[in-house]
Design a protein around this ligand. Sequence first.
Ligand code: DC
Length: 222
Amino acid sequence: MPIAVALDGPAGAGKSTIAKRAAKALDFIYVDTGALYRTIGLAASRKGVEPVPSPEVEQLLKEITVDLTFNEKGEQIVLLNGEDVSGLIRTPEASMTASKISAVPAVREFLLELQRSMARTHNVIMDGRDIGTVVLPDAQVKIFLTAAPEARAGRRYKELIEKGMDVKYEDILKDVIERDSNDANRAIAPLKPAADSILVDTTELDFEQSVDKIITVIKENI
Ligand code: DC
């Protein structure tokens, strides 16, 4: 049976960059499940469908296909009706729409099997919010990665500025806090550590230290 590492935690804790490096070091596949919610959000925005529970969202889910594939560098590509939308889903607007639409039960149900199928066929580090609690409750290793909101907002701010985006730290911090609250307080699959997860706080760790810590925790538990 392939090995599954469930990596959950709030937005901006560094999950994706840390997990990508750890996956490479361990020769696992890195699966970014947030990209799937972002893609459904993008599909809704394009059709002018509000990201709230409604017959319109359910209809939208019947009309779209979402697939995951990997390029030659092993990077995840997400396809919406066959179109590579991996770049288009990385904006602050797409983050907020994803956070809202991820609270729609039909959306979570729609993405469940796709996520599980990745873990049936590959050794994975799967990054999300409910991987250890809902998607892969039998994962061999469950990690809950977190950091203080200010540290997370600071990192995201730097990332977006480096990409040439015109953003303000205060707006990012507000977004982080709002998304934390959306993600933690929704009725379905809220963001919370699985009972058997290992907590890793990266507030005081730099990137390399965080990667080392995650690799150590994984090796100790598989
Ligand atoms: O990890 P991210 O920022 O790309 O995720 C985008 C949104 O999707 C985030 O606000 C919460 C939601 N999400 C979720 O509900 N469950 C997951 N497994 C992954 C992401």
